[in-house]
Design a protein around this ligand. Structure first.
Ligand SMILES: [Mn+2]
Length: 435
């Protein structure tokens, strides 16, 4: 069955992985002609891992890229020819399909590929030396030394280049368990392309590696649209809602279906995480209704579910500051000023003094390493709708509408959203001419 991969963005967050899993479950129920496989193109943060484990949710498997690979085009042998068989056993095969190579085995394990060149070479050698040929050789006698081989995970383009650069007609392919199949030049006539559904993102730059060689067949997302051109009409559902999981739930309804309890939990986790327990200003009434519908299926309240989820978020004091800042860090270029904004979620701001100076120092390192003019990180208490802003200092910073607590630390009561609240204020200070 044809496979379709469903992937969220790189640096996957909970909305990204949860929407991929839940949408795969919906597609499985609505289309039995293909198999839908949720994947994640990056590693989960420790907090995300802890939350998923606590909720008994299995994250989608990691997938490095969607470039076509040798395993997608290799041939699997259907007949086992053993080295001690007489060459005559191949006569039928050659008269019927004229294979350019045939895999040869010894005591059941793979020995090498026998090519038509090997056969010609053997007979021409003997004719040259002996003048005529009597008797039938075994297959093993014709086999020449093995030479190079490929791995199932090798990229199609790389394998194509190494085969066309060699004198061989075919190459053996191995996986971790040993011989897996073989490829001939004919396998590389046309490049296969993976079919992919993008969830929680639509820009190629944020997607899984190799997306440019894949065929995007659907997009389900809640971000600004900057998708690549497609060759065929495709299904796109982008809505300005608080989470992609909300949209996926709406798609269940559109199909007249209800997610089962497990899938409802998966959807609720993504929704609660992206909307910061429905408190982020990105939250719409559709998100609230969806959350309550999902909570009913899970027999929980959204408040309890959210509190339980975020209780697994590690305190910033125990995390590596640089990693914590970079785990959710977005870069912008506004008026020629390069700005980076990180966001860390916490459940209390009381222990702030324990780590504030370390985070300020690491923030400066992050700014330098990324060639930025201004780097900030907002530390958001998801329980209280309150953030603290740490900044590396920039000349327009004094125009931010926040109270300065000390040095490069600002108080942001009621601020939770980077894209809807902080970013517009920062852009305003950069684009206004203050007199
Ligand atoms: Mn999202």
């Amino acid at each position: 069955m044809e496979k379709v991969y469903i992937t969220g963005h790189r640096n996957p967050d909970l909305d990204s992985v949860c929407s991929a899993c839940a949408y795969a479950a919906l597609k499985k129920n609505t289309d039995s002609t293909r198999s839908y496989v949720p994947v994640r193109p990056g590693h989960l943060s420790d907090s995300s891992k802890a939350i998923l484990a606590a909720l008994d949710i299995t994250p989608p498997p990691y997938m490095r890229n969607v470039y076509p690979k040798v395993s997608d085009v290799m041939l699997k042998p259907d007949t086992k020819y053993s080295a001690d068989m007489p060459l005559t056993v191949l006569a039928k095969e050659y008269s019927e399909s004229n294979p350019s190579v045939v895999p040869v085995y010894e005591k059941g394990s793979f020995l090498g590929l026998l090519s038509v060149d090997d056969i010609t070479y053997y007979f021409m050698q003997r004719l040259g030396n002996e003048g005529s040929i009597a008797g039938t050789p075994t297959i093993g006698e014709l086999l020449r030394e093995g030479g190079e081989a490929l791995k199932t995970t090798d990229l199609f383009e790389d394998a194509k280049a190494s085969l066309s650069g060699s004198k061989k007609r075919g190459l053996a392919v191995f996986d971790n368990d040993g011989f897996a199949g073989y490829v001939t030049r004919r396998c590389f006539l046309r490049s296969p392309s993976y079919k992919v559904i993008l969830v929680d993102h639509n820009e190629a730059g944020q997607s899984i590696a190799g997306i440019e060689s894949a065929e995007v067949i659907e997009i389900v997302d809640h971000h600004r649209l900057d998708a690549s051109k497609t060759s065929l009409p495709i299904f796109i559902d982008t809505e300005p809602l608080g989470s992609t999981c909300t949209i996926v739930y709406q798609l269940y309804l559109r199909h007249g279906m209800m997610p089962d309890e497990y899938t409802a939990r998966v959807l609720l986790a993504g929704l609660i995480s992206d909307t910061l327990i429905l408190k982020s200003p990105t939250t719409t009434h559709v998100d609230r209704e969806t959350a309550h519908a999902l909570a009913r299926i899970c027999k929980v309240t959204t408040e309890d579910f959210g509190r339980e989820m975020f209780s697994h978020v590690e305190s910033l004091a125990n995390r590596d500051p640089e990693k914590a800042i970079l785990s959710d860090f977005k870069k912008y270029n506004e008026n020629g000023v390069k700005v980076g904004i990180g966001q860390c979620e916490v459940t209390t701001l009381k222990d702030m003094d324990d780590y504030r100076d370390d985070y300020l120092a690491s923030l400066e390192t992050v700014r330098e390493q990324n060639g930025l003019d201004w780097a900030v990180v907002m530390i958001t208490n998801v329980m209280k709708e309150h953030s603290i802003l740490l900044t590396t200092g920039y000349r327009s910073e004094k125009h931010l509408p926040y109270r300065q607590i000390c040095g490069r630390v600002y108080d942001m009561p009621n601020v939770m959203s980077r894209k809807k609240q902080l970013l517009p204020e920062m852009i305003y200070t950069l684009t206004s001419n203050f007199v």
